[in-house]
Design a protein around this ligand. Structure first.
Ligand code: BG6
Length: 489
């Protein structure tokens, strides 16, 4: 049975309270924390958006959303208690005559009490909303502001957001969410690395040949064409989620789990990433865009058909990158990053490929290197592939088999969604799983270099059929290095 320590009573205001993120993630996350007894009954949840709606109508919407997201854990009796916390205020936060007084009337006047402003809106509104909050006196005391990704679309726009928000809120009040950091398996990376004596001595260029980080999705655009077509896989996934996974895999051990210790170690990795510019982008990156194909046994549309726009689009829905970290620990060890939509199946893995033994005793074909596969989702767990002797007389044959640790078999507790953990961390004021301003900017600096090289090349993404492992060029990039992608089997 998992233990949940209740947080202090708090107020949370969700801007964009009727939007997709609120309905799919934020409201269900709060409801689940309520079910586990972590949220005190004197807390207050205020949804805000421009649409006119009564609090009762909002509660009805929230109920449907939480019911859909909860499945078997839905508890109608608990909902009746939880919905008493919920209110709705119609507000256009950027309008001169915005109704701040009604919003304030729901908040507790106590500068010690945590008050969270969650901006689940377009990033274009972040600065305006923060300035408005500042001007009506809602940025002091124990207030916090949560910013969803993407923080900008490049370094310049990210800086403008960071500076604008920073003019109102101090850095310790700003929580930049990357929901991958709230995933149980991602947090477990730190425990695996720094809670075991076994791995850390081997975790370097001395014993590791290369690392692969894959986040493969089988979904397509899911109605987000407007956002996605301006973004693409590099900005949508690599700049944040994949680089965060890379940082946790490659960073040095922090002195403590304090916010700044972990974040300081992560940023050192980002600073050590070798820029990929000019011709290097041709050799070290692959872009793809899915065309129509078959997923499972279902025909699916290509990206351009899903966009349903007349225009051609050269937005990448797949990207593979060979990254290098220039520091003492990792020099010469490639980190291959790969993410794509509409791929053969959904799997997110970090694969640590160890070097071959220096001298093989067992003959040709019997020297298979060790591999540690950390499965982030689905079927969370890890497998350490080791060599063993295949039983039987007549020669000595070696086989690579996994030592298998499945979370589902080891733990019977429900896996909380990443947002549940992150929202409670915001209330507690724990910043360690949130990105610092300089971290976001360092990630953009590296990504901007790549985008510049792609733009200068004028090349278009290579087509790949939906339901496959991505463009051929991605397999060829590995082939040139004498390696293969781990396809999660
Ligand atoms: C989001 C991206 O940040 O992460 C989406 O914007 C992507 O495009 C999603 O589908 C993947 O998250 P998860 O938790 O489903 O792996």
């Amino acid at each position: 049975m998992a233990k949940f320590i209740p947080v202090d009573p708090f107020d949370i205001v969700i801007f964009g309270g009727t939007g997709d993120l609120s309905r799919r993630k934020l409201l269900p996350a709060l409801y689940h924390r309520w079910l586990d007894g972590q949220i005190p009954a004197s807390s207050c949840v205020v949804g805000t958006a421009r649409s006119e709606m009564t609090s009762d109508e909002y509660r009805a919407m929230a109920k449907e959303a939480c019911k859909t997201a909860s499945g078997d854990s839905w508890d109608a009796k608990e909902w009746v208690k939880f919905e008493k916390l919920i209110h709705y205020v119609s507000i256009d936060a950027t309008a001169e005559d915005a109704d701040w007084e009604t919003l304030k009337s729901h908040l507790t006047e106590d500068s010690e009490r945590p008050c969270v402003f969650y901006l689940a809106t377009s990033p274009r509104l972040y600065v305006d909303i923060c300035e408005a909050l500042g001007s009506v006196g809602l940025s002091g005391g124990n207030t916090r502001v949560v910013l969803e990704k993407p923080i900008g679309t490049d370094l310049e726009s990210a800086r403008a957001i960071n500076d604008g928000v920073g003019a109102v809120f101090a850095e310790r009040q700003v929580f930049r969410i990357d929901h991958y950091l709230g995933k149980e398996t991602v947090q477990n990376l730190m425990v695996l690395r720094f809670g075991n004596m076994l791995f850390e001595p081997l975790w370097s260029r001395n014993y590791i040949d290369h690392v692969q980080i894959t986040v493969a999705e089988n979904l397509g655009l899911e109605g987000r064409a407007d956002y996605y077509d301006k973004s693409g896989a590099l900005r949508d996934m690599v700049q944040n989620h994949l680089l965060q996974l890379l940082c946790l895999t490659a960073m040095e051990a922090p002195n403590h789990l304090d916010d700044d210790d972990v974040r300081t170690e992560k940023i050192k990795v980002l600073h050590a990433l070798v820029p990929i510019k000019g011709d290097a982008a041709k050799r070290q990156t692959v872009r793809g865009q899915y065309k129509a194909g078959v997923q499972g046994d279902k025909p699916v549309k290509g990206y351009l058909d899903e966009l349903s726009s007349e225009d051609e689009s050269s937005t990448e829905t797949f990207v593979a990158i060979k990254a290098q970290i220039d520091n003492w620990r990792w020099a010469g060890v490639p980190f291959y990053l790969r993410t794509g939509k509409r791929m053969a199946h959904r799997h997110s893995d970090i694969v640590i490929n160890f070097k071959h033994v220096p001298h093989s005793l067992f003959g040709e074909g019997n020297d298979i290197a060790n591999r540690l596969v950390i499965r982030l989702q689905p079927d969370e767990g890890m497998r350490l592939f080791v060599q063993i002797k295949e039983p039987g007389p007549g020669g000595l044959r070696v086989k690579s088999l996994p030592l298998n640790l499945s979370y589902a078999e080891s733990f019977t507790v429900r896996y909380p969604d990443a947002y549940e953990r992150l929202l409670m961390d915001v209330v507690r004021g724990n910043l360690s799983l949130f990105m610092r301003k300089d971290e976001v900017e360092a990630a953009w600096t590296w990504v901007d270099g790549l985008i510049e090289a792609w733009d200068a090349s004028g090349e278009k993404p290579e087509a790949y059929a939906a339901g496959t492992d991505g463009p051929l060029a991605a397999a060829m990039m590995m082939d040139r290095d004498g390696r293969k992608w781990w396809e999660g089997s």
